[in-house]
Write a protein that binds this ligand. Structure first.
Ligand code: MBD
Ligand code: FE
Length: 288
């Protein structure tokens, strides 16, 4: 597991600016709607949000000094490209809870800022792209994708991405090569998938940027428990956005992004092949 000492000053900016470009394009969300917003809706949502902040000012008797610090902090969130990080860490889980109220099937959780389009397309059983000497415990994640009525979803796709054993995401940190530990795996004709990878590590948000600085200034933990991100898709079905965590992880229940759920915890077992471990996880998708 990495500590923060080896994060250079530019890590927040490196990760942040790339995540900002992706968010700006709308590619990561699949949800960019068009059309004119309804003024009543804008008034209701923006009004409630502003009133939340005004209430904090009144209740906490916020000073001009603090108001000016807030302005500088917001400007630095933009300057470092950390809006996706900040929003996904501190707000996305509430949006996901609202979305989950109307989605059947497997339990989901937040997407986060580090999904990338255009990764390796692989057939099951698949080994994710990795370095020849990729560190970490070899891990197999396998299972079946079905519809809510139990029908196997032949050719379902499992888009997977996670950190390396040091907690770095490829594409957002300079250490891992492009595409490392990312891939889109096509399930077989029974909807079965099998993915060979490495167990990821717990992750701390960049501590040199405004999101991490605010987190530390408040005395909060900047850690996320180790997790595997997944987007599970099949024609005619709603996309499942989820993550999987690991039993015994010291940061479970204290996720800075509030995205861990008990239903999403894996308990991998040794396969007997060296130090390899395996978890089986089925996914149920709701018809559209
Ligand atoms: C992550 O790795 C992540 O998954 C989320 C949601 C926020 C910050 C970093
Ligand atoms: Fe993540």
């Amino acid at each position: 597991m990495t500590t923060t000492e080896d994060q250079s000053v530019s890590d927040a900016v490196t990760a942040g600016s790339h995540a900002t470009d992706i968010a700006r394009s709308g590619a990561a969300t699949f949800r960019t709607g068009g059309g004119q917003a309804d003024p009543a809706r804008v008034s209701a949502v923006v009004g409630a949000a502003l009133e939340g902040i005004r209430a904090a000012i009144r209740e906490q008797k916020v000073t001009y000094e603090e108001f000016d610090a807030f302005k500088r902090w917001l400007i630095s969130v933009s300057d470092t490209g950390e809006w996706p990080l900040f929003l996904d860490v501190y707000l996305e889980f509430e949006v996901e809870k609202v979305a989950a109220e109307t989605q059947d099937g497997s339990v989901g959780t937040i997407l986060g800022p580090f999904w990338l389009d255009g990764q390796a397309q692989l057939d099951s059983p698949a080994t994710l792209p990795m370095r020849d000497d990729e560190p970490g415990t070899p891990m197999i994640l396998a299972g079946q994708v079905t519809s809510t009525d139990g029908t196997p979803l032949a050719g379902a796709k499992v888009d997977i991405w996670h950190t390396d054993e040091e907690g770095w995401y490829s594409g957002f940190a300079s250490k891992p090569p492009a595409g490392n530990l990312r891939g889109v795996v096509t399930a077989d004709d029974q909807g079965r998938y099998e993915i060979h990878t490495r167990k990821p590590a717990p992750y701390t948000i960049p501590l040199d940027g405004p999101t991490g600085q605010m987190t530390l200034a408040a005395g909060w933990s900047p850690w996320r428990p180790a997790h595997i991100h997944l987007l599970v898709t099949a024609p005619g079905h709603r996309t499942l956005t989820t993550q999987l965590f690991f039993t015994g992880d010291p940061y479970l229940g204290n996720d800075v992004a509030s995205a861990d759920k008990p239903e999403l915890t894996l308990d991998p077992q040794p396969t007997g092949n060296g130090d390899e471990i395996r978890s089986d996880r089925d996914f149920v998708l709701a018809p559209e």
